[in-house]
Unconditional design. Sequence first.
Length: 156
Amino acid sequence: MLEGVMLMFHDLCLLALLFLGILGSNHLVSISSAFLLLLRLLGLEGVLPYLEGPGLRVGLTLLVLSILTPLARGRITIEDIRGTITRPQGAAAIVGGIAGAYLGARGLKLLDTHPESITGLVLGTIIGATFFKGIPVGPLVAAGMAALLADLLIRY
């Protein structure tokens, strides 16, 4: 009986995330929630462990591939690289990249140790996109920011 209630609870959570994703125009959350809900409803939960760990690594690999594609296509020139090193905007981009990578690593650690945090991250992203005209950012960087904020709150 309790197991059935928990399964229904998880389905309702995915359905709520689907609704919030649609409400907040966050297509990644909407599609992901719908896909996971479909897997559960079809009884294909055996696939979920492969999506959880290895899926994250594959997703990150695809993200890096898409970021590096302009370099492979020849759309980034030596002048572009020189400009990145010598202009204030380029220096800011380098610092931003370092900060993003650092926060992403902190976020991955947070999600590994506290997977329940993803619900707050999704809700925060939807609220930011819906009510503050924000753009949904990567969950790892958002989790990294959450980890830093949590450390500050615990420390002080």
